[in-house]
Design a protein around this ligand. Structure first.
Ligand code: ADP
Ligand code: MG
Length: 623
C-alpha cells in the first residue's frame, strides 16, 4: 500500500513544492543540521544515526580532507593536520588568537588580518576549514531530504563581531550554501522553546559547550529578542571536566607508566566516562597501560561531582557579572534555557536551579536546541509559512554605528539595539569655503569621542562643487542588512555625485571587547557628555574666529580703532580658552565674540548690497 501524502495546515499544498530550509549550528566542538519535516523540527543524522558531527577536519597531502568522527579519532595520530575548534580562529588575526590554538597548530600570518593554518595539504584559512564542515552538513541534508537546499540559517555566538560574522558567511558561501541569515545562538535556543511567542520579559541562556561557556540575557519585547548582556569564559567547557577526571585517573594508577599515546587515549576514555556518569551511578574506566594492557578503575557519580564542583562554581561567576552589569537579580529572570552538551551533567543543572531559584528549561536536547531554533527560523525565511502567520524575527545592532564629525566627535547614525535590517540617512555640510572633498570616517561604539570608538572604515567624497562653508548638502546613508553587515554611501545633493563603501570589517576585535566597549560607554556617559560639549563649543569657536579674521582682513576699514580693539580682545580671550577644558567658559566667550562682531557683520552686509547694486539699473533688480 502506498501512503498518500497530504499537505499540512500552513504548508504549500504540493509536497514537492515545499522549499527546503535548514538550520545549522556551527559549533566549536560539534556541528548539526536541522530542518522542519511534517511540521516537526528534527536534527538530521548521518548514515550511522549520529546527529552530532564533530567539528574536526583532517587534511592529507593528497586527496580530500576527512570531516567529523573519523577526523576526531585521528587527532591522536596526526594532531597537526587534524584541525579542531577552528571556530576560535574565525575572523581573527594571528595576534588575536589564543595561546592554546597557537601551541596546537602551525599558525601563520599572511597579511589581510586573517590567520592561516599550515597543513599537509598546504595553507588553509579558518574560513576554508569551516567550509569543509558546512559542506559535510549540506551533503548530509541534501542526501536525506532528496533535493537542493534553498537556504540556511547559521548560528553564531551573540558576542561575534562583524569580522567573525563575515568570516562565517564567507565559509557558507564557499560551501555552496545560500545564507538566509546569521542568527545569535541564544536567540535560536529561545526560538526552539517558542519563547518568541511567550510572555514579554527577561530570559537567560546558559550555554556550556565543549570548550567554551557563554551566558546571555535576552529581553523579549514585541516579538523581538534584544541581547541585554553577554558574558562567559572562553576557556571553560566540557573538556575541562574531561581533564580533571583524566588527571584523577592517572593518580589512581600511580607508579604505572603511561606512554604518550595511551595518555591521549585515556583522555578520550575520561570523556566517555564523564558522559556515562550523567545517567549512571558508577562507571568502570579502562586505563590503558604501556607495558601490561589495561587497568580497571571504578568511578562513582559523586566522586566525579566532588572532583569537578569547582568548575561548576566557576561558571556562575560570569553569570553573576552579566546580571549585575545588566541591572537584574536572579528573580527578574523569567526562564533559563540550558544549551550545550555539558549542561547534561546533573551538578551543572542543580547549580543553575539553585542560583535562579527555579528549574531551567531542559526538555529539548541541549546540544540540539540551537540547530532546532535555526531550522524554525529557516523554515519561515524560505516561505513555508502562510502569509497570515508570517513573522520575521528581528535582531538588533550590538553597538551604535556613526560618523566622525568636526572636533573628533562621533555622530551616531544608527543607535545600539536598533532592530535590523535598517537604513538611515543624515545630512552633513562642508566646514570650509570652497571645500571640494569630504572625508567620511565610519565608527562603531557608544563613546562620544572618536578616539574611544572602533574605526570601521574611511572613504572620501570628491568633486563637491565649491560653495561657501555650510552651503553643500551631503547625505550620508547607512544600511545594515539582516546579518548585521554595513554599507555606507555619501551623496552630494545638488550634483548627485556619490561615493560608496561596504564595510569589510578589519579583522580582530576580541571576544570581550564588545562587552568592554559597551560597559565603557555606560561608565563614561557623564564625562563624555562634558567632553562632547567642550568639543562642540570649540568647533563653533574656531569657525567664528576664522570667519572674523577673514572679515577683518577684507573689511577692517569699516571699523574704528576702538571697535577693532574690542573684537581683537574677544578673539584673544576665546583663543586662550580653547586650550582649556571649561566648556561653559568657551560658550560664553563665543557668545561675547558674536555680540561684539554683530555691528561689523551688519555693516559688511550693507556694503555687499551696495556693491551689488552699483552698475545695475533699477529695472534689472526687479524679480
Ligand atoms: P559546542 O557548542 O562547543 O560545539 P556541544 O554543545 O556539542 O559543544 O558540547 C560538547 C560537550 O558536551 C563535550 O564536552 C561533551 O563531552 C559534553 N557532553 C555531551 N553529552 C554529555 C553527557 N551526556 N554528559 C556530560 N557531558 C556531555
Ligand atoms: Mg554550541
Amino acid at each position: 500500500m502506498v501512503l498518500l501524502q497530504l499537505s499540512e495546515p500552513g504548508e504549500s499544498p504540493d509536497p514537492h513544492q515545499k522549499r527546503l530550509g535548514v538550520g545549522i549550528d556551527l559549533g566549536t566542538t560539534n556541528s548539526l543540521v536541522a530542518t522542519i519535516r511534517h511540521s516537526i523540527p528534527e536534527c538530521l543524522p548521518d548514515a550511522d544515526g549520529r546527529a552530532l558531527l564533530p567539528s574536526v577536519v583532517r587534511y592529507f597531502r593528497d586527496g580530500e580532507p576527512v570531516v567529523g568522527a573519523d577526523a576526531l579519532m585521528a587527532q591522536v595520530l596526526d594532531p597537526r593536520n587534524t584541525i579542531a575548534s577552528v571556530k576560535r580562529l574565525m575572523g581573527r588575526g594571528l595576534a588575536d588568537t589564543d595561546a592554546g590554538m597557537r601551541a596546537r597548530y602551525d599558525l601563520v600570518d599572511c597579511g589581510g588580518g586573517m590567520v592561516r593554518l599550515k597543513t599537509a595539504a598546504g595553507l588553509r584559512t579558518p574560513v576554508e576549514v569551516s567550509a569543509e564542515i558546512l559542506q559535510a552538513l549540506r551533503a548530509r541534508a541534501e542526501d536525506t531530504l532528496g533535493g537542493d537546499i534553498e537556504g540556511a540559517v547559521i548560528t553564531v555566538p551573540a558576542y561575534f563581531d562583524d569580522a567573525q560574522r563575515q568570516a562565517t558567511k564567507d565559509a557558507a558561501k564557499l560551501a555552496g550554501l545560500n545564507v538566509l541569515r546569521l542568527l545569535n545562538e541564544p536567540t535560536a535556543a529561545a526560538i526552539a522553546y517558542g519563547l518568541d511567542e511567550a510572555a514579554e520579559g527577561i530570559y537567560a541562556v546558559f550555554d556550556l559547550g565543549g570548550g567554551t561557556f557563554d551566558f546571555s540575557v535576552l529581553q523579549l519585547s514585541r516579538g523581538v529578542f534584544e541581547v541585554k548582556a553577554t558574558s562567559g569564559d572562553s576557556a571553560l567547557g566540557g573538556d575541562d571536566f574531561d581533564e580533571s577526571l583524566w588527571l584523577w585517573l592517572q593518580e589512581q594508577v600511580k607508579g604505572v607508566d603511561l606512554d604518550c599515546s595511551s595518555s591521549r587515549a585515556l583522555l578520550a576514555e575520561a570523556r566517555r566516562v564523564k558522559e556515562a556518569l550523567t545517567t549512571e551511578d558508577s562507571v568502570i574506566a579502562t586505563v590503558p597501560i604501556a607495558a601490561d594492557g589495561v587497568r580497571e578503575v571504578k568511578v562513582t557519580a559523586s566522586q566525579f561531582q566532588t572532583l569537578t564542583q569547582s568548575l561548576v562554581d566557576r561558571s556562575l561567576l560570569p553569570v553573576k557579572k552579566a546580571l549585575r552589569d545588566a541591572g537584574y537579580s536572579p528573580a527578574d529572570i523569567q526562564a533559563v534555557v540550558l544549551v550545550g552538551g555539558a549542561t547534561r551533567m546533573p551538578h551543572v543543572r542543580s547549580a543553575v536551579e539553585r542560583y535562579f531559584g527555579r528549574p531551567p528549561f531542559t526538555d529539548i536536547d541541549p546540544d540540539k536546541v540551537v540547530a532546532i531554533g535555526a531550522a524554525i527560523q529557516a523554515n519561515v525565511l524560505v516561505g513555508n509559512r502562510r502569509a497570515d502567520e508570517d513573522w520575521l524575527l528581528l535582531d538588533v545592532i550590538p553597538l551604535s554605528l556613526g560618523l566622525e564629525t568636526m572636533g573628533g566627535l562621533t555622530e551616531k547614525v544608527i543607535s545600539r539595539n536598533s532592530t535590523i535590517p535598517i537604513s538611515k540617512a543624515q545630512d552633513f555640510t562642508t566646514f570650509k569655503d570652497g571645500q571640494t572633498a569630504m572625508a567620511i570616517h565610519v565608527v562603531q561604539g557608544e563613546r562620544e569621542l572618536v578616539q574611544d570608538c572602533r574605526s570601521l572604515a574611511r572613504f572620501e567624497l570628491r568633486g563637491i562643487p565649491p560653495m561657501p562653508a555650510g552651503g553643500a548638502r551631503i547625505r550620508v546613508s547607512f544600511q545594515v542588512d539582516a546579518d548585521g553587515l554595513l554599507s555606507v554611501s555619501a551623496q552630494e545633493q545638488t550634483t548627485g555625485i556619490e561615493s560608496h563603501i561596504t564595510v569589510k570589517p578589519s579583522y580582530g576585535l576580541s571576544d570581550d571587547e564588545i562587552a568592554t566597549m559597551l560597559r565603557a560607554g555606560f561608565e563614561h556617559a557623564n564625562t563624555d557628555m562634558k567632553l562632547r560639549a567642550l568639543r562642540e563649543h570649540s568647533v563653533e569657536a574656531e569657525r567664528l574666529i576664522e570667519a572674523t579674521r577673514q572679515a577683518l582682513g577684507e573689511d577692517a576699514h569699516l571699523l574704528d580703532a576702538d571697535e577693532r580693539t574690542r573684537i581683537e580682545a574677544a578673539i584673544s580671550v576665546l583663543t586662550g580658552l580653547l586650550s582649556g577644558t571649561d566648556a561653559d567658559a568657551v560658550k560664553s566667550a563665543v557668545d561675547a565674540l558674536s555680540a561684539v562682531t554683530g555691528e561689523f557683520a551688519a555693516r559688511r552686509m550693507d556694503q555687499a548690497i551696495r556693491k551689488a547694486l552699483t552698475g545695475n539699473r533699477v529695472d534689472n533688480l526687479s524679480v
